[in-house]
Design a protein around this ligand. Structure first.
Ligand code: OTU
Length: 645
């Protein structure tokens, strides 16, 4: 069986493939049965195994070696030297080969993971920043060719940098071949999408569906005249949701994933994965089946191309989030290896505004632990808006009102709250629900832009401290910290999008500037804002690489520091000891009990960010807006700084 698909492989490689199949089948079959039990399961299983075998059989020698290496070292993405950088190919390097010209810059920063956005072929015209894909297996012609992408993956790998791209799995562009064939009346492809002849069903669905882009793209269905039907379009009218209830769709998507893995992609970011299954009477997000779909796809990838992993893009509440890493109510499964930690992101912005450690400590402590074989992608900013995902129960524990706190955060980061330092803008505010999301560059949200606009040196300085504080937490968390392009230089809000009619109604473009390579030249000038930022970033990254306990496998515990402005957590790692991260969100200095680290088991505490003595005056001082990464010197094999006499 499958001999045709596997014929390019040596007998040893074939048996390696069959070992993976044997290993993964018990993980593949239960979700497959739960999803598609009413279809011919044997035939479907064989079809999917063929896809996996085709992927394995078409893999080049270099990637087959990588498969072996990563099967031996499955923790490759969990290590302390993993540091990510996120950039639009076009905005960072103009073209894909242009990106290749800036690899020294990434290496200088210490980057080992590049998430390159919007590289696959989008529809023409408005395309939601590349998230309306017309061909999953071809590159945007304005950026180059598939061969360029392959060459870039090779060049990155030579520097120890993994490549991540988006797999927009929930929807295709209306111009994708499947969609045009559906529109032309081909039955097979009609069933790839969710369409209705009249408003009866759409109205029933709409009764419980929220709107993701209420201002730009109200409603969840779009009338398609050629087809004479309503099409399910959760996002923009030109983004058609795929129908995963049809097993042909999952077969196709497995094929696409194998294809991209064979181009040399290390990480597939599963865009909008929360939306892939629809259930009447619900908000059609985070349905159990959405998880089963990922489990199936991930298993097939492990069979065909085990060097490639999946990243969940599920920007959802804390309870719904951890299951994407496989941590479900009563069992842990293999699902995505990595996922965005949007709860940490939201909590960091919340704490920066309130200066208070209470809510973040309650909320983070209540979250279920991520399985030890996964890692969080931690981030401060990304290309999207910030949705204020504060859970009402967390708010209640911290004795704040959920609704009023969410409104406060939207006001604060819009700059409309007394004492606010932020200069963000609102995104897709929903007048019905009162929900408002926020956009703005990290520099704008931390007060650097405000300082620049008012030419207030002091405010700029404080803003830089805030931005570096945010990154010191995400970089010090373990997992894969993601640096959003431009943050390392403190790039400001960019208002150019307002002049482009295709972008003007989407304020997310405010934080999508073109990389400013002239400004970047100042990165080693410590008297410039860019220099202070860049040096701060490289320091954090270099130090992190040397701390074994930042490995993502360690267990995480949030701790109460006894000071209302200071939050903290400890990551304990069987192999590498422990690290305690303390963060003071306030502009005032804070004092902590001198033996606080010892009380949490760090016998010989040393701050690896600032090697001065920790508690020389009988008290542990946290300067204004500061972060400490405290390790146990005895366990880490480093020596504490000598006491100051
Ligand atoms: C993603 O985000 C992308 O990151 C966006 O850039 C796209 O516009 C969108 O999908 C459609 O492809 O609604 O506001 O978890 O937060 O999936 C951003 C739910 C989005 C959403 C997320 C989506």
């Amino acid at each position: 069986m499958l001999s045709d698909e596997l014929k390019a492989l040596s007998p040893d490689e074939q048996s390696f493939f069959w070992t993976r199949v044997e290993d993964q089948l018990p993980l593949l079959l239960p979700p497959l049965r739960a999803l598609y039990g009413s279809f011919d399961l044997d035939a479907l299983t064989i079809e999917l195994l063929k896809v996996a075998a085709r992927t394995a059989g078409a893999r080049c020698e270099r990637l087959r070696v990588l498969d072996l290496r990563r099967c031996v070292s499955p923790d490759w993405f969990q290590r302390p030297d993993m540091v990510g950088y996120v950039a639009y190919a076009e905005l960072f390097g103009e073209t894909i080969s242009g990106v290749g010209k800036h690899l020294d810059y990434l290496s200088e920063l210490g980057v080992t993971y590049l998430h390159l956005m919007s590289v696959m072929k989008p529809r023409e015209g408005a395309n939601d920043g590349g998230f309306a894909v017309a061909d999953y297996c071809d590159v945007d012609p304005s950026l180059g060719t598939l061969a360029d992408l392959e060459a870039l993956a090779v060049a990155l790998k030579a520097r120890g940098i993994s490549l991540c791209i988006d797999l927009v799995m929930n929807h295709t562009a209306a111009e994708h071949d499947w969609a045009t064939r559906a529109a032309a009346g081909e039955e097979r492809y009609l069933d790839y999408f969710i369409t209705y002849p009249d408003r009866v069903m759409p109205d029933q669905w709409e009764a419980s569906l929220p709107e993701v882009f209420p201002e730009m793209a109200p409603g969840n269905f779009t009338w398609n005249a050629p087809m004479n039907r309503w099409v399910w379009t959760t996002f923009n009218s030109f983004q058609w949701d795929l129908n995963y209830a049809n097993p042909d769709v999952i077969i196709e998507m497995a094929g696409v994933m194998g294809f991209l893995a064979n181009v040399g992609i290390d990480v597939l970011r599963l865009d909008a994965v929360a939306f892939t299954w629809k259930r009447l009477g619900t908000d059609c997000q985070n349905q159990p089946e959405a998880h089963l779909i990922v489990q199936v796809l991930r298993s097939l990838l492990q069979m065909g191309a085990p060097a490639t992993i999946c990243k969940a893009e599920a920007i959802v509440g804390p309870d719904q989030l951890v299951p994407y890493l496989g941590a479900h109510d009563s069992v842990s499964r293999h699902e995505c290896e990595v996922a965005y930690h949007n709860q940490l992101m939201v909590m960091l912005w919340s704490s920066l505004a309130t200066r208070d450690a209470g809510l973040i400590t309650h909320a983070m402590s209540r979250m279920r632990a991520a399985p030890s074989y996964t890692a969080w992608c931690t981030y401060v900013r990304c290309h999207d808006d910030i949705g204020w995902a504060i859970d009402d129960r967390d708010a209640a524990l911290a004795m704040v009102g959920g609704t009023s706190h969410r409104q406060f955060l939207a006001d604060f980061y819009r700059g409309d709250f007394p004492t606010s330092f932020a200069r963000g803008v609102s995104f897709s505010s929903n007048t019905l629900t009162g929900d408002e999301r926020t956009c703005g560059s990290a520099a704008a949200l931390t007060g650097i832009d405000d300082g620049r606009l008012r030419a207030d040196e002091k405010a700029i300085e404080v803003g830089i401290r805030r931005l570096l504080l945010m990154y010191a937490v995400t970089i010090g968390f373990g997992g894969i910290p993601l640096l959003y392009m431009g943050d390392e230089l403190g790039l400001a809000n960019n208002l150019e999008y307002l002049n482009d009619p295709e972008k003007a109604d989407d304020s997310r473009w405010i934080q999508r500037p073109k990389m400013d390579w002239l400004v970047a030249e100042r990165r080693n000038d410590p008297s410039s804002i860019e220099g202070r930022m860049f040096v701060g970033f490289t320091h954090l990254i270099q130090v992190r690489r040397s701390i074994g306990s930042m490995h993502a496998t360690g267990a995480l515990e949030w701790v109460w520091t006894g000071h209302p402005n200071v939050a903290g957590f400890v990551r304990r790692n069987v192999r590498h000891g422990a690290v305690m991260v303390l963060v003071n969100f306030s502009e005032e200095q804070a004092l902590i009990a001198p033996d606080f680290p010892q009380r949490h088991g760090l016998v010989t505490p040393v701050d690896r960010l600032d090697p001065g003595p920790l508690a020389s005056t009988g008290i542990l001082t946290m300067p204004s807006l500061s972060v400490r990464w405290i390790v146990d010197a005895a366990a880490e094999g480093v020596h504490p700084a000598p006491p100051v006499s």
